[in-house]
Design a protein around this ligand. Sequence first.
Ligand code: CUA
Length: 155
Amino acid sequence: MNIAKIERIWLLIGGGMLVAFMAILLVSAAALGAGTPGGMDTIDPGTVLVSGVFAHPGVTQTGPHSYLVRVAAYTFGYTPNLITVPVGAKVTFNLATRDVVHGFEIVDTDVNTMIIPGYISEVSHTFNTKGTFLIICNEYCGTGHQLMYAHIKVV
Ligand code: CUA
């Protein structure tokens, strides 16, 4: 088969790019530890509010200026639905759902995550201003979706 010189050059460029991209993938996966998102803690949705770490959701102080807040989502609300934390503290939210996918967005902050059945979502935020913040569900979860909200009070 007779391949024109210009075609051979383009084949080499295309093949070379494939080899280069594959090498980059392999190096980043093997040597730099890159991978697909994961590593989330799992939970049986049936145990939320029943047993385990989500049996008693709420605020736990974990350090001088850090708090862990466990919130259980359900159709159509959050347990607890009023959270109180001190201003300036680092607040880590651990979130689990008892049923379907829900959202957890704290209005006027950068906190915005999904709560997926079987997984514990984690997100942190430091509230630097006092006030009451609205938490809303931003994943459509059923006929009462628009009624699903809670509040966080920063004092
Ligand atoms: Cu929960 Cu929408």
